[in-house]
Write a protein that binds this ligand. Structure first.
Ligand SMILES: *[C@@H]1O[C@H](CO)[C@@H](O)[C@H](O)[C@H]1NC(C)=O
Length: 402
């Protein structure tokens, strides 16, 4: 049955891509993607993946926290907020973070499923990709085939799901203070994963889900593994460790500004609680290490840079908890010179990537692994060595039977 669907799916796909299709017509591949509104077909950077992209309606409810903060009313107030947060023994968080409060809503999440263009969608597993701060889902299919995680994995036979997190890119932008908080994003991820397993977005019911994160996306993936241990069969955590010593310098270096003032064309409709790194220099400081990247890739990452919400700013760390019930394998992959998670040296007195298993995943299986990508900064996918990391991750997955 499933095989038949996949075959039909592919036959229709080749027919449809000959002429661009922008709406859901009966008898097209889009019938296999019932959850995707306004679906379009595209290919990955290197052409190894074919993708369907559209909006999923995600109904969710989250135990958020009430934040006693209405701003920032101006750039002066935002800079003051960041400064106060970085103050030694800062009382800011304690005064702003209030009681738990339930927040519910239905949010459009712009998503895509990509599968090998040379083969079929394999229902045995899907990789669930969650991007970090400063990017959207294009982080996983960036610039050219040299950097595209999605393209590389499709070449190895893997199907991927990637999405713009709530409050980012083409997804919904609700209240950036009370709604777009880390716990809400864990609930969004949980709902999406359930939908991929049950076949409500795509008629293929994926049997195994491999959570793959970058930075905040890795914190959220760990949050899912901690709160919903049955959601994920394996976890790949990139740009991640339990060492937060580099965070103050990282946040200072981002030079956070009000997004709509920074780029009215891209962010003009957003509330002041959506903030963004200021310039290409701020972007390089937070995510890159020269000369191990192409200046054209830094330019591209500045052009598509994305926002952070004040809600995330105050709640990111709250979902980072051990996942003692998670028994699958984990793979932790860091750029050697990751600023936020390694204070720019992941091999200083030990190995920050290797330390994650003992600290957060005590029951992770023996197939767990870690990898340090030489010379890369926090945005490891955007460095020359990106494919070495992808090869390592594909090896980790194969070794564990995925
Ligand atoms: C699907 O993936 C599984 C696990 O990696 C593999 O054993 C199987 O051969 C794949 N099936 C196809 C049709 O590629």
């Amino acid at each position: 049955m499933l095989q038949t669907l996949v075959v039909i799916c592919l036959a229709l796909a080749s027919r449809v891509t000959a002429t661009p299709t922008f709406s859901l017509f009966p008898g097209t591949i889009f019938e296999q993607f019932p959850g995707f509104e306004g679906a379009t077909i595209l290919t990955s950077q290197g052409g190894h993946a074919k993708c369907v992209r559209g909006n999923l309606n995600v109904q969710t409810s989250s135990s958020n926290v009430k934040l006693n903060y209405d701003g920032p009313s101006s750039q002066l107030a935002l800079t003051e907020l960041v400064l106060e947060n970085l103050q030694v023994n800062s009382p800011l968080s304690a005064s702003v973070v209030g009681a738990k409060t339930q927040v519910s809503g239905s949010y459009k999440i712009n998503s895509q499923i990509c599968w090998p263009s040379s083969g079929s969608m394999n229902a045995s597993s899907i990789q669930f990709l969650t991007h970090g701060v400063g990017f959207d889902k294009s982080y996983w299919d960036f610039y050219s085939s040299d950097y595209s995680y999605i393209d590389f994995m499709a070449e190895q036979g893997y199907t991927t799901f990637s999405y713009d997190r709530l409050g980012v890119g083409a997804s919904a932008h609700p209240d950036p203070i009370q709604v777009v908080q880390a716990q809400m994003e864990v609930e969004v991820a949980h709902t999406l994963i359930q939908g991929l397993r049950s076949g409500s977005y795509c008629t293929t019911k994926f049997q195994k889900v491999i959570g793959v994160g970058h930075s905040l996306g890795s914190i959220l993936t760990t949050g899912v593994a901690s709160q919903y241990p049955a959601d994920l069969d394996a976890a790949v955590l990139t740009g991640f460790s339990i060492d937060a010593a580099g965070f103050p310098v990282f946040f200072a270096g981002l030079n956070l500004v009000i997004a709509k003032e920074n780029n009215p064309l891209r962010f003009g409709l957003l509330q002041n609680g959506y903030i963004v790194s200021d310039t290409k220099v701020s972007n390089q400081f937070g995510f890159f290490r020269y000369p191990n990247f192409s200046p054209a890739v830094l330019d591209a990452s500045e052009r598509v840079k994305q926002t952070l919400s004040i809600g995330e700013f105050f709640t990111n760390a709250m979902v980072l908890a051990p996942a003692p019930e998670f028994t699958g394998p984990i793979d932790v992959v860091d750029g050697e010179n990751d600023l936020p998670f390694c204070q720019s040296n992941c091999l200083n007195n030990g190995n920050r990537a290797a330390e994650v298993k003992g600290a957060l995943f005590p029951a992770a299986s023996a197939g767990s692994d870690s990898y340090i990508l030489k010379g890369a900064g926090h945005g490891l996918n955007l460095h020359y060595g990106a494919k070495d990391a992808y090869k390592h991750i594909a090896g980790f997955l194969a070794k564990n039977g995925y």
